[in-house]
Write a protein that binds this ligand. Structure first.
Ligand SMILES: Nc1ccn([C@@H]2O[C@H](COP(=O)(O)OP(=O)(O)OP(=O)(O)O)[C@@H](O)[C@H]2O)c(=O)n1
Ligand SMILES: C[C@](O)(CO)[C@H](O)COP(=O)(O)O
Length: 237
C-alpha cells in the first residue's frame, strides 16, 4: 500500500506501532462547522496524514500497527488504511487513546512504538534509531532535537526569566518502549493524570528514558502553517 520510496532499514524482529489518530485538530482548524474532519484525515500530498504515518512505520520495518481513531469516523479511517491495520476507538485524551491501543496488543511480541498520526513524514532513520536503542537494552527511548530559539518564562505578557536552553530538548515520536514496561506504566496511571507523551508515563514509574537524535522532518502538524510546510515537502519529495 505504501507509495514511499524504498528504505534501507529493517526492524530486527517483531515490533508493534500504536498510532494515535483520534484528536480533532482544534489548533489546525480541522473541525469546521457542518463538516468535521478529524486532523488525521486531513490530506497532504493527496493522502491523509494517518496514511502517511502508517506507511512510514511499515516501510521502516514495523510488523504490526494499531491505530486509535475517533469512533464515529471508523469507516473513513478503514477506507484509507491497509486491511491488516487494527483500529480501536480513541479516548478523550491522547493518553486514553494510547491506553485503548495498548490494550489491543498487550500480549504481543517485541517492542512497542507510540507514534502521532500528526507526524506524517517521520524518516525511517528515526524509527531505526529508536528500535536500535531498544535492541541495545533501553526500556524507553525518545527522539529529540535541540531548542534553537531563546526560551523565556513569562508572567502574562512580561518576561520574568531566561531559561538556559543547552540542556533542553524538543521531544518527538515515535517513542519506543519495552512492551512489559509500557503495559506496567499505563496500568499504574489513570486517564485523569495529565501526561503530554508516553515517556512521561513511563518515567512516572521511575524507568529511565533515553534519547536518540530526532529529525525536523518528523515535525508535528499542529497549526495551519505546519500544513503549508508539509504540503511543500510532499510536492518536493
Ligand atoms: N484524544 C486524543 C487526542 C489526540 N490524539 C492524537 O495525538 C496526537 C497528538 O495530538 P495533537 O497534535 O494535539 O492532535 P489534536 O488533539 O488533534 O490537536 P488539537 O489539540 O489541536 O485538537 C495526534 O495524532 C492526535 O490524533 C488522540 O489520538 N486522541
Ligand atoms: C506526544 C508529543 O507529540 C511529543 O512531542 C506531544 O507531546 C503531543 O502534544 P500535543 O499538544 O498533544 O500535540
Amino acid at each position: 500500500m505504501s507509495t514511499n520510496p524504498p528504505h534501507h532499514f529493517t526492524a530486527p524482529g517483531p515490533a508493534t506501532a500504536l498510532v494515535v489518530a483520534a484528536g480533532s485538530g482544534v489548533r489546525l482548524g480541522a473541525v469546521r462547522a457542518g463538516s468535521p474532519v478529524p486532523k488525521a484525515l486531513v490530506e497532504v500530498g493527496g493522502r491523509p496524514l494517518v496514511a502517511h504515518a502508517v506507511a512510514g512505520l511499515l516501510d521502516a520495518g514495523v510488523t504490526d500497527v494499531v491505530v486509535a481513531v475517533p469512533a464515529e469516523h471508523r469507516d473513513a479511517f478503514a477506507a484509507v488504511l491497509p486491511a491488516e491495520v487494527a483500529l480501536v476507538p480513541g479516548g478523550a485524551t491522547r493518553t486514553g487513546s494510547v491506553r485503548n491501543a495498548l490494550a489491543r496488543c498487550a500480549d504481543g511480541a517485541g517492542p512497542v512504538l507510540v507514534h502521532d498520526a500528526a507526524r506524517p513524514f517521520t524518516p525511517a532513520a528515526v524509527v531505526a534509531r529508536v528500535l536500535a536503542a531498544l535492541a541495545a537494552g533501553a526500556r524507553a527511548v525518545v527522539p529529540v532535537l535541540p531548542v534553537v530559539d531563546t526560551t523565556v518564562e513569562v508572567d502574562g505578557d512580561r518576561v520574568v526569566a531566561e531559561v538556559a536552553r543547552a540542556a533542553l530538548r524538543r521531544v518527538q515520536t515515535p517513542q519506543g518502549f519495552d512492551r512489559a514496561t509500557l503495559v506496567a506504566a499505563y496500568a499504574a496511571v489513570t486517564d485523569q493524570q495529565v501526561f503530554t507523551d508516553d515517556a512521561s508515563v513511563v518515567r512516572a514509574l521511575g524507568v529511565p528514558v533515553h534519547t536518540v537524535p530526532g529529525d525536523e522532518l518528523a515535525a508535528k502538524i499542529t497549526v495551519p502553517h505546519d500544513l503549508v510546510l508539509a504540503e511543500r515537502h510532499a510536492v518536493a519529495r
